[in-house]
Design a protein around this ligand. Structure first.
Ligand code: DAS
Length: 353
């Protein structure tokens, strides 16, 4: 009897002692996947010569003591790779881990540290399939932590601040780089040698300065809790490939992709997603064989492809990618094809997401 009484007292004392240390601090989980933010080089004067995906998540966290003032932070090393090597399987594994964590009452926000090369693809993917309004913030860096004026530390500090913020809820997946907060849908890596690398054609959603978020606009397209897609119901993504349009282009790549089983081909067109007259017959033939043709643009500051402008999309039964760049169009097509093969449904999805 006495033992039980004493053990109860100890339990209450322990909870009182531990709680104040983190009383009121949001719980943020950092999922690390590699990239430059985990990179290391031999020379502080060389910001572009280093090895990506070397520093483990616990060392990244330990390198920013100020995080303890922001949130109760813990890390998980999901992968340790350069992001150009991401596959659909990596996306599914990461998406399912994020989905499991955001369901937990003791998780208030998620940060994903990620290589910058395909960060925009992962951000858009999570924006489409994770059904939660909790902040999910992707972050990377353009310089390794060993370089002078490395940007990763402040980027990660900002990302944790945003993930711990109530005002970041319901805004879709966010990308925190260079003090800016961009939508995971819109943002793309526009420059590969500046810390100001990530831009959205339609502008950032906001900024984070000294740990405070300043919002200027909200996402207009469907995302997260308002999405019809759910990672918990997706076990494989459809094979979708991207072919690049240019002067003197032939139809070899398109035919090769179809032969390898592509369910859709993203045509990266010039201008308004234009298609060379040397390629149109092959695309019409492939459409007839059931392969979806989706016209995007390689205009990188904001391609905007309209139906039946450069090509008779209604007659050919093709889809247009709206303002999505080719790599984001691939993500959306790969997710959409898990639910529909109908081209009119695909076009609705491209207008709405
Ligand atoms: N190779 C790049 C990547 O992992 C490094 C980086 O910029 O993060 O995406």
């Amino acid at each position: 009897m006495l033992n039980r009484f004493l053990s109860r007292c100890l339990l209450i004392a322990a909870s009182v002692v531990v709680l104040p240390a983190f009383a009121g601090k949001p719980n943020v989980v950092i999922l690390a996947t590699g990239g430059t933010i985990a990179g290391a080089g031999a020379d502080a004067a060389k910001s572009a010569t280093y090895q990506a995906a070397k520093v483990p998540v616990d060392k990244l966290i330990a390198g920013i003591p100020a995080l303890a003032d922001v949130a109760q932070v813990r890390g998980e090393q999901v992968f340790q790779i350069a992001s150009e090597s991401f596959t659909n399987e990596h996306l599914l594994t990461l998406g399912k881990r994020v989905s499991a964590l955001v369901k937990q009452a003791d998780v208030d926000g998620i940060v994903v540290t990620h290589g910058t090369d395909t960060l925009e693809e992962t951000a858009y993917f999570l924006n489409l399939v994770v059904k939660s309004d909790k902040p999910i913030v992707l972050v990377g860096s353009m310089r390794p932590g060993t370089a002078m004026s490395a940007d990763g530390t402040l980027n990660l500090f900002n990302a944790v601040n945003v993930a711990a913020s109530k005002d970041a809820r319901g805004k879709g997946v966010l990308v925190a780089m260079n003090d800016e907060l961009n939508s995971g849908r819109d943002v793309s890596k526009m420059v590969n040698i500046k810390t100001e690398a990530f831009k959205s054609p339609w502008g950032p959603l906001g900024m984070v300065v000294e740990g405070k978020n300043y919002w200027f606009r909200l996402p207009a397209k469907r995302h997260t809790v308002n999405s019809e897609f759910d990672i918990d119901q997706i076990d494989a993504l459809a094979p979708v490939e991207i072919a690049y349009g240019h002067g003197n282009v032939g139809d070899t790549a398109y035919r090769a992709f179809a032969a390898k089983g592509a369910k859709a081909i993203i045509h990266t067109g010039t201008g308004n997603g234009s298609v060379s007259n040397r390629v149109v017959p092959a695309l019409r033939e492939l459409r007839g064989q059931g392969v979806h043709i989706i016209r995007s643009s390689h205009v990188n500051a904001g391609g905007f492809v309209l139906r039946n402008a450069e090509q008779p999309d209604d007659q050919y039964d093709w889809v247009v990618a709206h303002d999505l760049n080719p790599q984001k169009a691939r993500i959306l097509a790969a997710v959409a094809l898990t639910r529909t093969q109908d081209s009119k449904e695909l076009q609705r999805i491209f207008w709405e997401y």
